[in-house]
Ligand binder design. Structure first.
Ligand code: NI
Length: 161
């Protein structure tokens, strides 16, 4: 496994549409392993392939709950609850930026695992937020596009202390 460089806001790679993954091969497995390592090292809860400059529809998520590490290949969100959550959000590609976004409280996603097996997952709260955030990366969207209220970085730093 290896740590990969995380593209930062302003890099054109973050604004591109990612291609469907068709080969569930060793190259994909190495990408996913590297993404997980890169995400954990950066203390993030999710990372999408374009953030490591790979334009493929693959994301890794680990919000520190019972699900552990989740790998979603070609994810499609098939359900979004009408009930929403107003939540603080950040992104490893946008260092020191935090803002409030509105996300569905619950979602369902269909995706493939690293071996090409299809599965679905129901998620709520932080995990639902992370899945929305990461799948949007695959369409070149960043959370800063939908921030409703910015969070003062100083206040953020104090809360983290
Ligand atoms: Ni992000």
């Amino acid at each position: 496994m290896a740590i990969r460089n995380i593209a930062k806001n302003g890099d054109a790679v973050l604004r591109k549409n990612c291609r469907i993954v068709e080969k569930f091969d060793e190259k994909l497995h190495i990408l996913l392993d590297d993404m997980a390592e890169t995400m954990h090292k950066a203390d993030g809860v999710g990372l999408a392939a374009p953030q490591v400059s790979c334009l493929r529809r693959a994301v890794v998520i680990d919000v520190g709950d019972e699900h552990g590490l989740i790998e979603l290949i070609n994810p499609v969100i098939t359900y979004r609850s009408e009930e929403t959550q107003y939540v603080q959000e950040g992104c490893l590609s946008c260092p020191n930026l935090w803002g409030m976004t509105t996300r569905p409280m619950k979602i369902e996603v269909e995706a493939y695992d690293r071996n090409g097996k299809e599965f679905s997952l129901a998620a709520e709260g932080l995990l639902a937020q992370a899945i929305c955030h990461e799948t949007e990366h695959l369409d070149g969207k960043l959370f800063i596009d939908i921030v409703e209220e910015w969070v003062d970085p100083q206040q953020q730093a104090e809360e983290k202390r």
